[in-house]
Design a protein. Structure first.
Length: 416
């Protein structure tokens, strides 16, 4: 991870070297916005009048990557990992966006034209770190002062260029607790149905940030009000769901620092069952790990509610699962001060050997005992494990005797 101070020093040095070579150069976009809001920038971007070959010549080919050169972007590498890397982009004017994401071509231009092609006014600011001054061609500084998210120019044009900007408008509004300006909001509502042209991966990236960041409640409310939810997540807007939706927002707000699967489960749990998580996960092309965790949380939250009356053999596998902390956090958010959650936390305080004792038998033990291998092994071992956890058997000898009886009498088939 880059060191914030080293990264900033590197960002100043990049601008200084471009200036020394007589090129116009500024910090651009999110780093300027964050600095003016009193937030530490996560990274730095530089916009300049230098062309890609000139940037590479200035910083050296060994310290530059030309992955985005077609759009005028060169990545400059710091001399250490602590300094990180900085994208240096040539001032440009974008031509038509046929794919709704990338311009068909770009024309290198001026700083003012470069600012005008960006998405929102608060992201269209430049900053001169040498003279310590803000360069504002789009009214972004005033919108920052007033707390407004406003598209640069005609919002319909900005959203037509990249439909994902509609979802980003929701995220920025919530992340900074800013108002979504009226014309910008109206354009999102009017064009929400067109967001289906955006790739699932890009949708998922925005949804991860929307649900994991502190402004998630406001973001989800806007997600619904703008009509984007009806297109991207219709499961939460079908029918008269107002009461359940308000409870969902309350639950989301109670989560302290949730990972994405936990926040997704909290959003969906009032509306869908575990199987629907798979469909949503495929729709957004989430990772298998994200899908599995969210599905498990939705499918097992009731187990926590029933914990005080459950057999230990049924509850124990839930408590030792990797996602138990998320599951308890979800239940606590749904029913604060929950007795069952407290009960589970007490059980988790047991010594490891008591909470999850070593199994009395393995598949190798069954083979050595003369029981042939096959799909029945898992059921036999599960039945024996349950008896062990419920303290019906205590030794390997007792476990083998039980295996014999289940095998000979075919009792292992009863629960198949």
């Amino acid at each position: 991870m880059p060191d914030p101070e080293k990264q900033r020093e590197f960002a100043v040095d990049v601008v200084r070297r471009l200036r020394d070579a007589e090129f116009e150069a500024y910090w651009a976009g999110g780093c300027v916005r964050d600095q003016l809001l009193g937030r530490a920038p996560k990274d730095y971007d530089v916009a300049t009048g230098a062309k890609p070959p000139e940037i590479q010549e200035l910083f050296g080919h060994r310290r530059t990557l030309a992955v985005g050169a077609a759009f005028g972007v060169i990545t400059v590498l710091g001399r250490s990992k602590a300094a990180g890397q900085i994208e240096v982009a040539t001032f440009r004017r974008d031509d038509a966006y046929s794919d709704g994401r990338h311009p068909d071509s770009v024309t290198f231009s001026s700083a003012e034209e470069d600012a005008s092609r960006r998405d929102f006014t608060i992201n269209g600011l430049f900053y001169d770190p040498i003279q310590e001054r803000v360069i504002d061609f789009v009214g972004g500084r005033e919108d920052l002062r007033r707390g407004v998210i406003r598209a640069i120019g005609d919002p319909h044009e900005r959203f037509a260029e990249d439909k994902l900007r509609m979802l980003r408008a929701v995220r920025f509004s919530a992340a900074f607790d800013f108002e979504l300006e009226a014309e910008t909001l109206a354009a999102v509502r009017e064009m929400a149905g067109r967001i289906t042209v955006v790739s699932p991966e890009r949708i998922a990236t925005e949804m991860r940030r929307i649900l994991a960041e502190p402004g998630r409640v406001q973001a989800v409310r806007l997600f619904l009000e703008t009509g984007l939810a009806a297109v991207l997540l219709p499961e939460i807007v079908s029918g008269d769901e107002s009461r359940r939706f308000e409870h969902t927002l309350t639950v989301l707000g109670r989560l302290e620092v949730p990972g994405f699967p936990l926040a997704l489960a909290a959003l969906l749990i009032e509306f869908v069952g575990p199987d629907a998580i798979d469909e949503i996960g495929r729709r957004w092309r989430l990772s298998n790990k994200e899908i599995d965790r969210a599905r498990w949380l939705v499918g097992n939250h009731a187990a926590i509610l029933d914990a005080p009356s459950m057999r230990w053999s049924a509850l124990q596998p839930v408590l030792i699962a990797e996602g138990i902390d998320d599951l308890l956090a979800l239940n606590e958010a749904m029913t604060p001060g929950s007795g069952p959650v407290a009960h589970c936390r007490r059980l988790l305080e047991q010594a490891p050997e008591a909470l999850n004792p070593r199994p009395l038998l393995t598949g190798d033990d069954l083979l050595a005992h003369g029981i042939p291998a096959g799909p029945h092994f898992r059921e036999l071992l599960n039945r024996i494990r349950a008896a062990q956890l419920d303290r019906q058997i205590h030794t390997g000898e007792e476990a083998l005797a039980m295996a014999d009886r289940l095998w000979k009498e075919g009792l292992w088939k009863e629960e198949k």
